[in-house]
Design a protein around this ligand. Sequence first.
Ligand code: E4P
Length: 217
Amino acid sequence: MKFFIDTANLDQIREAQSLGILDGVTTNPSLMAKEGITGRNNILKHYVDICNIVDGDVSAEVIATDFEGMIKEGEELAELHPQIVVKIPMIQEGVKAIKYFTDNGIKTNCTLVFSLGQALLAAKAGATYVSPFIGRLDDISTDGLNLIADIREVYDNYAFQTEILAASVRHTMHVIECAKIGADVMTGPLSSITGLLKHPLTDIGLEKFLADYKKGN
Ligand code: E4P
């Protein structure tokens, strides 16, 4: 399972990268705004800064919602750095844009996916990644993990190559359940990754080992 971090915060990206287990980064316009990154040029520069920190795919989202606009913007994003994956929303024009980019060898991440039908369309268009937002489904009392399981089953039925990128991951149990189901990738905040480290028995055990060592030395 690949681990992506879902942030535009460079310090958090550096911290995750330093663990040696980071496979990529996802961003979105809200995450960019949260870091105060505004204006086209600053946003493009920030994507390059992220690419220079991580080894792996970096999703950069288009703002246009029409086919021509998405193509123009996506091509500009893809030219920034070889690690860029163009993030396209799951709308009718988006499906066409994903197909275009697939045919032209540009990686895509189909975002804002909330149903199995949408995931099927993303795979048919050849998306590199499909991003079902499990946390946002949970927020409206719908089981996000169920959607991951359904997509896994359907993609396996037809051997679709599109990777299931479990997005809107909020906590460690999302990560663990996604791994059990067989999601290819998860993207979440730094806490959903570092939280996996924690176990009280590890802390108690280590404290005892160190204390016992000190007794003998
Ligand atoms: C995915 O690519 C999105 O950036 C993200 O996971 C959305 O997460 P949120 O629902 O916590 O905003």
